[in-house]
Ligand binder design. Sequence first.
Ligand code: ATP
Length: 304
Amino acid sequence: MATAGTARDGNPPAGSKGGTAPIFNEGTPPGGNSPGDSKESPAPFHNPPDATSSEASPVLEARDLRKRYGEREALRGVSLSASRGELVAVIGPNGAGKTTLLSILAGIQKPDGGSVSRAPAEIGWVPQQAAVYGKLTVAENLELFARLEKVDDPRSTVERMLDLTDLRDRADDQVSQLSGGNRQRVNIAVGLLGEQPVLLLDEPSAALDPRQRERVWEFVLSLAESGTTVIYSTHNIQEAERHAQRVLVLADGELVFAGSPRELETAVEQGEDGEERSGKGAGSFALSPDFESAFVAFLRQRGH
Ligand code: ATP
């Protein structure tokens, strides 16, 4: 079952080295090249971005992930790591490879090369398309998916999830009657039924109005505060600025930036030559609509 070998706090069970000795669920050893991957991607920066966290034993690590759909290179050697309770945003334009990256991390699809340090059962996955049934109640959905996940005690899992989502008073309401934000809470709860230490969210707030977005973010932030590592994709750059400790920027399957929101602002403000473009001080883009256009300019500077 999904809970095997994991704990809510992301620590490995006693006697396991899960947190320090990566499992590497696909193909290659850490740092190893994939069979058939003879070509290196060109370095997008003078200094390639470092998407690995400073923590000695990250909760999740991925090395040199590559994926090709026919002629299309959707991922070109992306590496990352995330620590316990960290919020990592993956941003980038349409077709950049965000969903491909997350679905590979989740074990939904296999990479052509590279490795992921955790088995799919240890990673919660919330795709863009909700899996929940509108005609079933909140509790019925949670119980159905708990049984499908083969959790030990579905009833107590439902109780725990009703508390976690703060939806106990809506337990007997059909999911179709919930607001978009509450429906997304149920979706996320379904993704975490196995108490996985890592949660991946593909555009969790897409199609939600600002108030419903806040409802979802309150929940996601509380999960991270309790130790869940959260990696999410978004088109909303300001959301990434607000709700991530680290931002990864993908463009055409390449990781072109990894750093804090503040570092991204600085990188956007400065050209590759390090010269300030706008004359604005660091932080001036924070939460500003200007940031989005500056970000587009940043990608253009790098040929994307
Ligand atoms: P969006 O923001 O539009 O959701 P994305 O950043 O999530 O885009 P992906 O969905 O990962 O990007 O797609 C990356 C590239 O791979 C795109 O060019 C896409 O057309 C292509 N692609 C994705 N899935 C498939 C597939 N199953 N078959 C063929 N090509 C695919």
